[in-house]
Design a protein around this ligand. Sequence first.
Ligand code: AMP
Length: 314
Amino acid sequence: MCYKKIAREIKKYNTIVIARHIGPDPDALGSSIGLKELILYNFPKKQVYVIGAPASRFRYLGNVDKLPEIDYHKALLIVTDTPDAKRIDGADYTKFHKVIKIDHHPFIEKFADIELIDDKASSASQLIIELAKINHYKLNEDIASKLYLGVVADTNRFLYEYTSYKTLELAAWLIKETNLNFTSLYDNLYTKSLKEIIFSGYISLNMQITDNGLAYIKLSDDILKKYEVDSSTAGNLIENYNNVDKIKVVAFCSEDKGNNYIKCSIRSKGPIINEIASHYNGGGHIYASGARPKTFDEVDKMLEELDKLCQNFE
Ligand code: AMP
């Protein structure tokens, strides 16, 4: 793994831009904002910017910057948590002097000069913690809180498959190094609004489950309006249904009128789903994927493919 090489590049460049994927989750934000703060804490004279659309739901993870005029020929771009160029939020990677990728998704394409990819790592935030540890970077509690939340969110509190001894070891190291008061951080991630809970009642009552073990729900804009939630809310609730017996794969598909697509979150207890997601403008991890079909007819086709996948899964 090229942690030392990455540290050498960070040291070399005075202007560093950090980007992550579109539609960010806490790991994308924690890894990118945490990395920015980590670099600034260790090299206070550098100009470091973290870019991408702001995500108001996750404001507690910090803010993004508006990129000023920079000399791209002298700038380093670091992209975290993003396997392919088309999903980089807000940066044209071809303009930069050097590009580094730090990611834990299955490989899709090479777009960076240096690619640190570990698709067995729980999260991109875990990789940033390892970068800090191997290179003896100084840390503080604020930086640690962002990286810790990235790990906790992507592992669902150390529950998922890619939680390893290394995940726990690095999390423990982070807590010990910074005296991180980690239990106080959970409120931000796990407090749900009453509206979400009422909406999850609607999902539980209306979700369909096929004989093959595919659970799904299609949510129109009218339903979202009725429950006063947005198209991301169902995706935030999907983890509640991923460990229910009789369900092998669960897919929640919500109309997103603003973006003119159907936002689908898909989770699996065994069948590998990212290949099918990639047929419908999506992708992701083998057991946690997203897709953006344009119409509910396309959603039906995707659900048919997922149902067959469940049928063929022992
Ligand atoms: P979500 O259901 O939105 O939490 O996404 C689960 C995983 O799938 C995350 O790793 C996302 O980065 C990935 N993902 C979500 N939507 C897409 C998409 N349209 N294209 C590729 N990957 C996606």
